[in-house]
Design a protein around this ligand. Structure first.
Ligand code: SAH
Length: 237
């Protein structure tokens, strides 16, 4: 039996606290949520390594540090309504749900939605509503949100998301000119039409598809989703 509790404590100390994650709520939530339950069984042995891991369908579960950095940058607080786009395995949504009031997740791949829903039910994460769809359109029926996190990189900040965050609310997402390198950006809505932007550093996420993302890849052509190459010093989604 692997000692996951010890590994999780170690991950929080060496991968998060030692690298500038200071938000006590983020550290506590990440000490609590069992990362190993969100990776495929055959990978539970490496669940606490410092990088992204494949979760099937060409997608990845983000590096724990990246999940922590995004939630800290979004200043998620108790009672917040949070939109999580690119829910994938469900790990980031689970961590968010230990801090926020309610989490709304959107994932475009039905197989991942079903697997995440099964995990949420099994582990008792009952503050998450998850649906299949194009997250670049947001979730207008549940808007506005105090924070919006996007776990896939697109060419621009999707316009619908800017409309669906409260004044004072935060959007944290990777944006970049290519499908495999991006800058992690935080936008804070300061007024009806105004946003304040902070760049948080380079990162590498899987591509954001959809109406305000990259075009769908040809099934056998170049540009298929791939696990991005590990790059020293960069955060990885
Ligand atoms: N937060 C996830 C990371 C998953 S990787 C986790 O903790 O596991 C990013 C996910 O974004 C992938 O599952 C991919 O299918 C999804 N995705 C890409 N474009 C999307 C879109 N337009 N709408 C919803 N999900 C999208």
């Amino acid at each position: 039996m692997l000692d996951f509790v010890r590994r999780r404590d170690e991950m929080v100390a060496t991968q998060l606290a030692a690298r500038g994650i200071v938000d006590p709520r983020v550290l506590a939530a990440m000490r609590e949520v069992p990362h190993e339950a969100f990776v495929p069984d055959r990978l539970s042995e490496v669940a606490y390594e410092d990088g992204p891991l494949p979760i099937g369908e060409g997608q990845t579960i983000s590096q724990p540090y990246m999940v922590a950095l995004m939630i800290q940058a979004a200043a998620v607080a108790p009672g917040d309504r949070v939109l999580d786009i690119g829910t994938g395995s469900g790990y980031a949504a689970a961590v968010l749900s230990r801090i926020a009031g309610r989490v709304y997740g959107i994932e475009r791949l039905g197989g991942l939605v079903a697997a995440a829903q099964e995990r949420f039910a099994r582990l008792g994460y009952d503050r998450i509503a998850l649906r299949e769809g194009d997250g670049t359109l947001g979730w207008p029926e549940e808007a506005p949100f105090d924070a919006i996190l996007v776990a896939a990189g697109g060419p621009v900040v999707p316009e619908p998301l800017k409309r669906q965050v409260t004044v004072g609310g935060r959007i944290v997402l990777p944006v970049g000119p290519s499908r495999c390198t991006q800058t992690l950006v935080r936008l804070r809505r300061t007024g009806e039409e105004s946003f304040e932007q902070t760049d948080l550093g380079l990162c590498a996420f899987v591509p954001l598809r959809g109406a305000h993302g990259w075009p769908e890849p040809h099934p056998s052509g170049p540009g298929r989703d791939a696990v991005p190459p590990a790059a020293g010093g960069e955060g990885r989604g």
